[in-house]
Design a protein around this ligand. Structure first.
Ligand SMILES: [Zn+2]
Length: 406
């Protein structure tokens, strides 16, 4: 059983400091490499799916959240406002209000819809210090977020496409959903009223789930304050369940921000907002990946993808050349020379690295590489350039297998 808080520190992926504060982890170079690969994957698949990326500030005026409804329905989770001159600014609790304002800043024709706006951005939650630790409960969250502004007729297709992106991402990440949850409102006052709005959005999401063929359960009192959602739940080694991915339908914020598009009839119409996240926050996603893989990440995510192990000093120059080729191919490689111990101990030390290239006199003479895979397989010596190109292809394909390109 793995605890990402312990393993993440042992593997030097992230850490915390009492001086920076609890719930505010920082990422060390190896953890940053994992996060970077994850962010790059997400941006690429979003771009291919027609999303456009934006950047928006992590602060906003108090009025922004009063309009969105966060102020009255979500303030318990928000940091207190800061007085700046005559204004009050707030660390944002979500990205939605900024994206609604960005949408509103230009006029839109029905021909532009669905308009898919994505951002991997920071947001803040005033978690109590008692529940903090590691990456799973944090005060600074970096969310893979997107808002799709569309007509009501487009909601089902967009939500369905988001579920399909989630399915493919989980495959690449080597993780599995524990269950799909249709999260509905509960009886208390933290949800915005308007029963007909809730009924309509719930019917839409139910239809999406039914058509996807996924089995799911409806659970009350788990909705966002502005609308119901499909939550993709994962379970950690200790049996704790958390939400990683989500797809939500929102009629509330488009109204609050008075969003519209010009229809084919030349008139103003109200769009619907679909909120969706494929991997959730990078903090929670990486916490789950650490535990799921025990630090042995899929090759495309591994902080070090290839370790180069010259048997003796004589092979070091050749090993340096291979390391340079890796850099040129965009691979993350590390040369661990004979001064760092016996070959056996260096191999053991690199047990989480997907590929280990042992370079002996024979390999050096032939310019070959004999590869050991993390799962114990051995690959017969092949020309170095061929080996590195193959690894590069596996990484580009986000392959979950260490050698077979599927
Ligand atoms: Zn949102």
């Amino acid at each position: 059983m793995y605890d990402h808080r312990k393993l993440g520190r042992e593997l030097e992926l992230f850490d915390t400091s009492p001086l920076i504060g609890s719930g505010l982890p920082y990422w060390l170079p190896d953890g940053a490499a994992v996060r970077h690969a994850l962010e790059e994957y997400i941006r690429t698949v979003e771009q291919r799916a027609g999303y456009r990326h934006v950047y928006s500030p992590v602060l906003g005026k108090r009025e922004l959240y009063e309009i969105s409804g966060h102020w009255s329905h979500y303030s318990d989770d928000m940091f207190p406002p800061m007085d700046v001159g005559s204004e009050q600014v707030v660390l944002r609790p979500s990205l939605c209000p900024h994206h609604a304002v960005i949408y509103r800043s230009r006029s839109h024709s029905y021909r532009e819809l669905p308009l898919r706006m994505a951002e991997l951005g920071g947001m803040y939650r005033s978690e109590l210090s008692g529940v903090l630790g590691g990456l799973s409960r944090v005060r600074a969250i970096h969310l893979n977020d997107a808002h799709i502004f569309c007509t009501i007729d487009q909601v089902a297709a967009e939500a369905g496409a988001a579920l399909e992106m989630i399915r493919r991402a989980y495959e690449a990440l080597g993780i599995a959903a524990a269950r799909f949850r249709l999260s509905l409102p509960g009886p208390d006052g933290k949800y915005v009223a308007r029963p007909e709005m809730w009924e309509r959005s719930t019917a839409l999401l139910t239809d999406v789930l039914d058509r996807s063929g996924l089995s799911y359960e409806a659970v009350e009192d788990e909705a966002a304050f502005y609308g119901p959602k499909i939550d993709v739940q994962v379970v950690d080694d200790a049996g704790r369940e958390t939400t990683l991915s989500t797809v939500q339908v929102d009629f509330h914020q488009p109204e609050q921000f008075d969003l519209h598009y010009i229809g084919a009839d030349g008139r103003k119409h109200r769009p619907v907002m679909v909120h969706r996240s494929i991997i959730g926050s990078v903090e929670r996603a990486v916490a789950h990946l650490i535990e799921q893989h025990g630090g042995a990440f899929p090759p495309w995510l591994a902080p070090v993808q290839l370790v180069i192990l010259p048997i003796s000093e004589a092979e070091v120059p050749n090993a340096v050349g291979i390391a340079r080729q890796c850099v040129d191919l965009g691979l993350r490689a590390e040369l661990v020379g004979p001064e760092q111990g016996s070959l056996g101990s260096r191999i053991r030390e690199a047990r989480l690295v997907p590929y280990q290239a042992v370079i002996g006199p024979k390999e050096t003479a032939d310019d070959h590489v004999a590869l050991r895979l993390r799962d114990g397989r051995r690959i017969d010596p092949l020309p170095a350039v061929e080996v590195l190109r193959h690894i590069s292809a596996l990484v580009d394909a986000h392959s979950s297998d260490l050698w077979d390109l599927s």
